[in-house]
Design a protein around this ligand. Structure first.
Ligand code: PEP
Ligand code: MN
Length: 341
């Protein structure tokens, strides 16, 4: 349920309503919108049966949230959320592009990738240090060593850093190095891990699982938010279907569906959807045209020699030309991207 406060309600009135809810053991999540404040109430509402909340000073109305997820819903927060990462605003007018290799492999590789990515105008460097590989014998990532190299690349270029965390231990280590945690598709319903990143206040790029419905995915996002971390960025990365021409099937409809049901920003990862570099530019453009707030794209200085996901990584040159194209279509749909090349 949400409690919609009157337009002119005061801090004191909001606090008084919150205090009543807290005293009854309910979870209270306050969302301050442009027009009015909304108080999200989480927990067993039966304790409110004899409490005339609607008569309290400053309260306009009580509205039930129909979706099973609450804090991720548009009912709780009608305006789109903007997540500020050291001045880079995710979910605003400007498109945000994250790019980099699937995995951090060595110092030279990540510094070269970072330097070339910076030149396009992209704002984030990605690179896996804890790699969730299908085979236990495949390259598993450089772990903390990889994170240190990402930090060095950040210092050299000013790019923000995103890297995947696959366990509670990885969260603890990565917290010292990254600006945004990535939760990968395989961990979409690893609820302990979701609660762990929820307790940290650091932004989380939260990928959809290959076989989760949008509703299940938003419920999973609720695990992060209900722990107090509102900085969730959703990311569609393709789902598993009968089609084999691409690695996964990019569910482009997830973009408008999420925009219609949630206030959270939504990204698209065309690389893991396509599985083949040649399809990445078209899927990127489609995602932007559909209203995605940004993209996360795999770029490797020498894709053929990559230790993971070699077939889908763009060369820095084709990434540069994609960024130029994105800067051209962005204004047509009321967005901006400043190509720096
Ligand atoms: C990745 O980003 O390298 C990755 C493993 O992606 P996903 O979780 O979408 O498979
Ligand atoms: Mn990858």
């Amino acid at each position: 349920m949400i409690i919609v406060m009157k337009k002119d309600s005061t801090e004191k009135e909001i606090q008084e309503v919150s205090n009543v809810l807290i005293s009854l053991g309910l979870g209270v999540h306050v969302s301050e919108g442009k027009e009015r404040t909304i108080i999200g109430v989480i927990g067993d509402k039966r304790v409110l049966n004899d409490v005339p909340l609607e008569l309290m000073s400053g309260v306009e109305k009580l509205v039930p949230i129909m979706e099973s997820y609450k804090l991720a819903s548009k009912t709780f927060k009608p305006e789109p959320s903007i997540i500020d990462v050291n001045g880079v605003r995710i979910g605003g007018k400007e498109l945000v592009i994250m790019a980099g290799p699937c995995a951090v492999e060595n110092r030279e590789q990540i510094l070269e990738a970072a330097t070339k990515i910076k030149k396009t105008g992209a704002q984030f460097l990605r690179g896996g240090a804890f790699k969730p590989r299908t085979s236990p014998y495949a390259f598993q990532g450089l772990e903390e060593e990889g994170l240190k190299l990402l930090k060095e690349a950040k210092e050299a270029t000013g790019l923000q850093i995103i890297s995947e965390v696959t366990s509670e231990r990885a969260v603890e280590i990565a917290d010292k190095y990254v600006d945004v945690f990535q939760i990968g598709a395989r961990n979409v319903q690893n609820f302990q891990l979701l609660k762990e990143v929820g307790r940290s206040k650091k932004p989380v790029l939260f990928k959809r699982g290959p076989s989760t419905t949008i509703d299940e995915w938003l419920n999973a996002a609720e695990y992060i938010i209900s722990e107090g971390n509102y900085n969730v960025i959703l990311c569609e990365r393709g789902i598993r279907t009968f089609e084999t021409a691409t690695r996964n099937t990019l569910d482009i409809s997830a973009v408008p569906v999420v925009k219609n049901t949630s206030h959270l920003p939504i990204f698209v990862d065309p690389s893991h959807a396509a599985g083949k570099a040649k399809y990445v530019p078209s899927l990127s453009m489609a995602a932007i045209a559909a209203g995605a707030d940004g993209l996360i794209i795999e770029v490797h200085p020498n894709p053929k020699c990559a230790l993971s996901d070699a077939a889908q990584q763009l060369t820095p040159e084709s990434f540069d030309s994609l960024c130029k194209d994105i800067s051209k279509i962005a204004p047509i749909i009321g967005r901006e991207f400043h190509y720096a090349g």
